[in-house]
Ligand binder design. Structure first.
Ligand code: GDP
Ligand code: GDP
Length: 463
């Protein structure tokens, strides 16, 4: 393997990982820094026993500092030791990643430490680690009480949510310094009606679907001449590859696991393998292209993969492939969409493209659709508009009685994008029955034009 040149760390934004011992700070550090850890230029004056590395987030280098490992060195109380190890690092932080263990819940040590971190007046991103699968949702909600903003659930060990984390970090970094000359030549910014959300790096896409749907053919057609295989990046597993594509001003990175391309092993059926490979690929992607063989209609396994897309919280574009071989196109399209929307609410209104990966006909429609789906996935609904709509919804259908008492729902706010995630506040809001949740989620999708993305709705009881 050819070593990369060392990255100078002088002017890089500083991101500090903090939290009590055992929440997974080192694991997160390794996950973000990956192979680059060994590449940090030796800087004189940097504390020896501090773990430091350079990580790449959305195309920008950051200096990442792990405050773990120092706890044992100091003689103080646990809290004193944590503080001592973090104090100097935190002084120079552009961003603090404050980690908790979502499985253990909030401990008094977390609370103490959070209080101290809050007083440092530095930007903080709260991370609920060890939240693989759906574990730790309750603790993540508890974590709101730390007063450090919305917790981001992830699994440093398994890699779930790490792509999202990179986004969240990139968004909070101080603006990049522009060379003076460049600045002098910069054109006047254009006035736009609405501020457009733009990707700050390549948009990460994955192509999923059953065996023989045409995924390899599609990838090859998309690649055409423009072919560039890039090496593993932080957040990608060792077996994965990324292929970069350009479409107009947009850059796409098609992330793919080697597993997707491998033929099934003897002890694994093709079906099983394509599902597990899809899970891996989905963790790394922002938008999933679900490829269906349109001549075969919708099968249970397609639904299974669609459910994974929803579970991983990715935006979805439905690709109906082998369109060249479809006879009655109108009927086929309708049959497929009906079947999907009956089985899966999140597929209602999903963007659909029809093409032939084999002949290349209409394949050019795919990337613009991916870009649009990405934009919806990033959407932010203003709180004012959200609550005007929410009030109407409450009037149209009163919240139900639970144990003979009516739920009092008060307001709603969007706590994050990618995917759009909302929290409803109210007395005993956490007891909201699923059908009322569905009513709200479907309403949100329609009113605020959020087709083809999973919408998360959380509830928080207030006194
Ligand atoms: P630190 O003391 O905060 O640096 O924590 P470590 O990174 O050393 O992790 C403490 C323990 O938690 C180790 O056994 C890790 O393997 C485990 N761990 C870290 N991240 C995760 C995760 O995402 N999920 C689970 N289940 N365990 C994790
Ligand atoms: P994968 O398993 O999803 O990667 O599927 P492949 O790309 O290997 O394609 C499976 C089969 O479908 C191959 O025989 C392809 O030639 C065929 N195929 C792929 N795309 C199309 C298409 O657009 N039209 C037709 N008629 N056949 C296609």
């Amino acid at each position: 393997m050819r070593p990369l040149p060392p990255v100078p760390t002088g002017d890089l934004p500083v991101v500090v990982i903090a939290g009590r011992p055992n929440v997974g700070k080192s694991t997160l550090f390794n996950r973000l820094v990956g192979r680059r850890q060994a590449l940090v230029a030796d800087t004189p004056g940097v504390t020896r026993d501090r773990k430091e590395g350079v990580a790449l987030v959305r195309g920008r280098h950051i200096r990442l500092i792990d405050t773990a490992g120092l706890e044992e060195a100091a003689p103080d109380s646990l809290f004193g030791r944590m503080r001592a190890s973090s104090e100097s690092a935190v002084q120079e932080a552009d961003l603090i990643l404050f980690c908790i263990d979502a499985r253990a819940g909030i401990t008094p040590a977390d609370e103490h430490f959070a209080q101290w971190v809050r007083r440092q007046n530095r930007p903080v991103l709260l991370i609920a680690n060890k939240a693989e699968g759906r574990q730790g949702t309750a603790a993540a909600l508890e974590a709101y009480a730390l007063g450090l903003g919305d917790p981001l659930g992830l699994s440093a060990e398994h890699g779930d949510g790490v792509t999202d984390l990179m986004w969240e970090i990139a968004e909070r970094l101080p603006p990049e310094k522009v060379e003076e000359e460049e600045e002098a030549w910069a054109p006047e910014p254009e006035l736009s009606e609405e501020e457009e959300i733009r990707p700050t790096g390549p948009l990460k896409v994955t192509i999923v679907g059953r065996p023989n749907a045409g995924k390899s053919t599609l990838l090859n057609t998309l690649l055409g001449e423009e072919r560039m295989i890039t090496g593993p990046e932080p957040g990608l597993t060792r077996d994965s590859i990324a292929v970069t594509l350009h479409d107009g001003d947009d850059t796409f990175e098609i992330v793919d696991t080697a597993g997707l391309r491998k033929k099934a092993r003897i002890d694994e059926t093709l079906e099983k393998m394509s599902v597990s490979a899809s899970i891996e690929a989905l963790k790394m992607a922002e938008v999933a292209v679900l490829v269906l063989d349109a001549t075969l209609g919708v099968h249970e396994q397609d639904l299974q993969i669609a459910r994974l897309i929803e579970r991983e919280g990715r935006a979805c574009v439905l690709a109906l492939n082998k369109w060249d071989a479809v006879e009655d196109r109108t009927a086929t399209r309708k049959a497929i969409l009906d079947r999907l929307s009956i089985s899966l609410a999140q597929m209602r209104g999903v963007p659909v493209v029809t093409f032939s990966a084999l002949t290349g006909s209409a394949v050019h429609k795919l990337l613009p659709a991916v870009r649009d789906a990405w934009t919806v996935w990033n959407a932010r609904v203003p709180t004012g508009a959200l609550n005007r709509w929410f009030e109407e919804m409450l009037e149209r259908h009163q919240p139900p009685l639970v144990d003979g008492r009516r739920l009092k729902l008060r307001y709603m706010t969007q706590v994050k994008a990618r995917p759009p995630t909302f929290v409803v506040f109210g007395t005993r809001a956490e007891q909201m029955p699923d059908d009322y949740k569905r009513y709200l989620v479907n309403g949100l999708r329609e009113e605020f034009d959020l087709p083809g993305v999973p919408i998360r709705l959380q509830t928080r009881g207030t006194k």
